[in-house]
Design a protein around this ligand. Structure first.
Ligand SMILES: [Zn+2]
Length: 369
């Protein structure tokens, strides 16, 4: 019986932790509940919702690994006068992304009992071994650094520097970049984008297709010589008439599956139900967590197995408690997916894969030895 009580490990393939620390002063050693209590009526809540993340919640939910982003946005998408993580040019992007990366280094240097960088298989094994040790009451959360939007890379020759500092995944787009079309700004890969991809492959960077426009993603799937995933994106075919290029078409999902990658689903109501809009008083109850299970099931049906679906919560990435299914109070409640999937016939192995096993398999394959 004891075996049955052990929760599965979760890997969350997308969280903008550094962005939140710099933008709102969030301290992720606190629980989400503590952060909420400190932020009552604050700008953080108005702009980003109530926090869903924190070290105690990671412990409670068995969240062993978080793909931690470095991310800033171009000034043309500035949404608030207080916004600080905004760049006017590539030099500013470079500076902001570098500062966010240094935040992860400082964090993992100063509190290694709570957060540790994962940049190699040796780092990964240390984290996994620690979480296997049931005699311990707490474990360090492993952080894999993901660059979201690549304009901080002023020239492909700088990839070496980012790699040395621990970046292991790169998503060339957020909105459109000089490398490719993106969210809200469609378009193809550019010549600079092709050069970037060929340089990325030399380091075996994992290419994240999230936010890339369909046209650019199709070509990238075709030409990229390294590993390919989608850390955070949902299924366009379940969101007909969504009027956004932010979701993955079946063609892209099938391409990621063919490349033996993983797609992380995002439990954000606006990306789960067409027309759900917090500003128009949509209610959380309109989007049960079973809709997230529908997305996972769709990816598994396309694949014919449970080896390509995962979680990429994007929690605190522009939305919070107010904008997620009612079964979720914090990231720890992603464990509720297990019973929803079991009810659809998913086995114990399947749910272990989906909650975190699939991402762990790819990290073992893609991180340096
Ligand atoms: Zn994103």
């Amino acid at each position: 019986m004891r075996f049955l009580l052990i929760m599965k490990l979760i890997v969350d393939a997308h969280a903008d932790l550094a962005y939140n620390m710099l933008s709102f002063g969030r301290d992720y050693t606190r629980s989400a509940a503590e952060t909420r209590a400190l932020e009552v009526d604050s700008r953080a809540v108005t702009e980003n919702g109530d926090s869903l993340l924190g070290y105690p919640d990671y412990q409670r939910g068995n969240v062993a690994i978080v793909f931690s982003t470095i991310f800033a946005s171009p000034i043309r998408f500035k949404t608030s006068e207080f916004e600080t993580q905004i760049y006017k040019n590539f030099d500013e992007a470079h500076k902001l992304y570098r500062e966010q990366l240094m935040i992860y280094h400082r964090m993992t240097d100063s509190i290694p009992d709570k957060f540790r960088l994962i940049a190699s298989n040796a780092d990964l094994n240390l984290i996994l071994d620690d979480w296997q040790d049931t005699s311990k009451s707490s474990h360090p959360v492993g952080m894999v650094v993901l660059m979201e939007g690549a304009e901080a890379i002023r020239n492909p020759s700088e990839l070496e520097e980012w790699y040395e500092l621990g970046v292991r995944l790169i998503g060339p787009a957020w909105v459109g970049t000089r490398y490719c079309g993106g969210w809200r700004e469609p378009g193809p890969l550019t010549d600079d984008g092709r050069k970037l991809l060929s340089a990325m492959a030399e380091y075996n960077f994992v290419l994240d297709l999230s936010h890339m426009d369909e046209q650019a993603a199709i070509e990238a799937l075709d030409i990229y010589q390294g590993p390919v995933v989608g850390t955070h994106g949902n299924c366009l075919s379940l969101m007909p008439n969504a009027n956004t290029n932010r979701h993955f078409s079946d063609r892209i999902i099938e391409g990621i599956i063919e490349r033996d990658g993983v797609v992380g689903v995002v439990p954000f109501n606006t990306y789960l139900k067409v027309g759900w809009d917090f500003k128009k008083n949509s209610r959380r109850e309109e989007v049960p967590l079973s809709v997230v299970a529908d997305l996972i099931d769709h990816i598994c049906q396309l694949a014919g197995n449970s080896l390509h679906a995962g979680i990429g919560s994007d929690f605190d990435g522009g939305f919070g408690l107010q904008h997620v299914p009612p079964e979720i109070d914090t990231i720890a409640d992603m464990q509720n997916l297990v019973s929803l999937l079991q009810a659809r016939g998913y086995t114990d192995t399947d749910t272990t894969n989906i909650l975190g096993g699939n991402w762990i398999t790819r990290l073992k394959r893609d991180l340096p030895k």
